[in-house]
Design a protein around this ligand. Structure first.
Ligand SMILES: NC(=O)c1ccc[n+]([C@@H]2O[C@H](COP(=O)([O-])OP(=O)(O)OC[C@H]3O[C@@H](n4cnc5c(N)ncnc54)[C@H](OP(=O)(O)O)[C@@H]3O)[C@@H](O)[C@H]2O)c1
Length: 459
């Protein structure tokens, strides 16, 4: 997304004054950043309704308090209001709703849904299941049907000015060159000769589950659940790959976008596609990040010196974008397209960095290496963990060769010895074989992303 001077901060902030905003996914990383930002820059927003999963209103309220408001991310806002008045401010502005977007009525009682619809000006759908290798049925429920249910709700909101769908830049797949910010058309897939039909995918899942039930009818409950989980995960990956996407998450996010385009009618909608969202750059807390996610896993692995080699081409751009910049871009895009009814195409924005500020894996590696040489990690017993150079595999083929020579061949030898010694090393062999398979599976699921070209380019 390219910022222009015309979109000045005052106009963006002013827009949210008096507005009632429904946000899904506020307990998550990006959701929190957006909620904090709106409350901080526009204290005169009317209300922020946060739809969170909970067993009842009180558990939803507790989740919002504990996981959102009490987060250190809200420290600046707390300081701004003063500790005493802060909680009152939150009580006046923030309403927790116990719900779930997988349900047609968002999991809300009819009277509540009706009252909410009367009041809402803006809907921001941030909720998603972000597991790359998640169950297909669950990913479809949240990332696809969730969008449908919110669209349906949005149509009942007479004051609605904006419905924003947060997607991902990786719906564009592993393509090179200039990729335009255009919506996903009905039936569109990344693989020539295939037609992606959301209803057919839903039917396929229903039938696969029915078949699994029949096949495993004699197994006990736990075994049935395990078999179903495994089968659903595999089906997701298989369908994603069939249509040209690398994993279930990005595939179902693409379907969510497609459905939004089909169902939006003349509603004002915008799709925001961030790439890899990293920690906050500036406001309200530089460096803030929720948990360990995306590339942090690599950084921590390197800091602990658990990661001795890395599978990736150092010249590939790691498309990372700070969370606060994504929230800012979301707010700007909402304002720009507010009340834009019946736009010919759904406006799409990529919140990415690859073209304007490319950071390659070598930049990440050099920065990490420098940092940990200067500030080495201290182990449990106070000993310095020395920082070592990492080795890199620039192609999957080289990695496979390394794995074959270093692990697979010795494993096969162990297997033979084990057979000759009547299973003396069975436990060791099974354990090492399981670990080997796990690593190869990770490479299969994530490998495309770290070897492939950076998929997103700003307009
Ligand atoms: N993080 C990234 O690098 C990145 C990059 C590109 C795009 N995105 C997109 O940005 C959005 C936010 O990502 P994130 O990293 O903040 O994700 P996250 O931390 O995993 O948060 C996901 C949020 O969605 C909620 N959620 C999941 N299923 C739900 C359901 N059925 N009903 C209601 N809420 C539900 C979760 O609630 P619970 O707390 O109850 O689980 C949580 O609040 C997603 O749409 C994702 O696709 C993220």
């Amino acid at each position: 997304m390219v910022y222009g001077d015309s979109m000045d901060a005052a106009r963006i902030v002013g827009y949210f004054k008096g507005k009632s905003i429904l946000v899904t996914g506020s307990t998550g990383f990006l959701g929190k950043i957006l909620v904090e930002k709106i409350l901080r820059v526009q204290p005169d927003a009317n209300k922020l309704y946060l739809l969170v999963r909970g067993t009842d209103a009180s558990s939803a309220q507790q989740r919002v308090q504990k996981e959102v408001i009490d987060s250190e991310l809200f420290g600046l806002l707390r300081e701004k209001h003063g500790a005493d008045r802060f909680q009152q401010f939150i009580q006046d502005k923030v309403v927790a709703l116990s719900g779930d977007i997988i349900h047609e009525n968002l999991g809300l009682e009819a009277p509540m849904l009706k009252d909410l619809a009367e009041e809402i000006d803006v809907i921001v759908n941030i909720a998603a299941t972000t597991n790359f290798y998640g169950r297909y049925d669950v990913s479809l429920d949240v990332n696809v049907m969730g969008v449908k249910h919110l669209c349906h709700f949005a149509k009942q909101c007479p004051r609605l000015k904006m419905l924003m769908q947060v997607s991902t830049a990786y719906v564009c797949g592993d393509r090179e060159g200039l990729i335009l910010e255009k919506p996903i058309e009905p039936g569109e897939s990344l693989r020539e000769g295939t037609y992606l039909d959301v209803d057919a995918e839903l039917r396929l899942v229903r039938e696969a589950k029915k078949e699994l039930m029949m096949m495993n009818s004699s197994s006990d409950g736990d075994a049935r659940k395990t078999a179903e989980r495994k089968a659903m995960k595999e089906l997701g990956l298989q369908r994603a790959r069939h249509f040209g996407w690398s994993n279930t998450y990005v595939f179902t996010k693409a379907m969510g976008e497609m459905l939004l385009g089909q169902l939006r009618g003349d509603m004002p909608v915008v799709v925001m596609r961030p790439s890899i969202i990293t920690s906050v750059r500036a406001d309200p807390l530089p460096g803030w990040m929720q948990g360990t996610r995306t590339i942090d896993t690599l950084i921590i692995g390197y800091a602990k010196q658990n990661l001795s080699c890395f599978l990736g081409d150092l010249s590939v751009v790691v498309d990372v974008v700070p969370g606060d910049m994504v929230a800012n871009a979301m707010m700007a895009a909402m304002v720009e397209h507010s009340e834009e009814k019946g736009a010919a195409a759904v406006p799409v924005y990529h919140a990415t960095s690859s073209l304007r500020n490319p950071a390659t894996y070598s930049v990440l590696y050099e920065a990490g290496r420098r940092h940990f040489y200067e500030n080495p990690r201290v182990g449990k017993n106070g000993e310095i963990v020395p920082t070592r150079e990492m080795c890199f595999f620039t192609t999957i083929a080289r990695f496979h060769l390394y794995m074959l020579l270093t692990f697979k061949l010795p494993l096969e030898i162990l297997h033979l010895v084990n057979l000759l010694l009547c299973g003396l090393f069975s436990r060791l062999y099974n354990d090492l074989n399981r670990k080997y398979k796990f690593v190869m599976h990770l490479v299969d699921v994530y490998g495309v992303g770290i070897f492939g070209p950076s998929p997103c380019k700003s307009k």
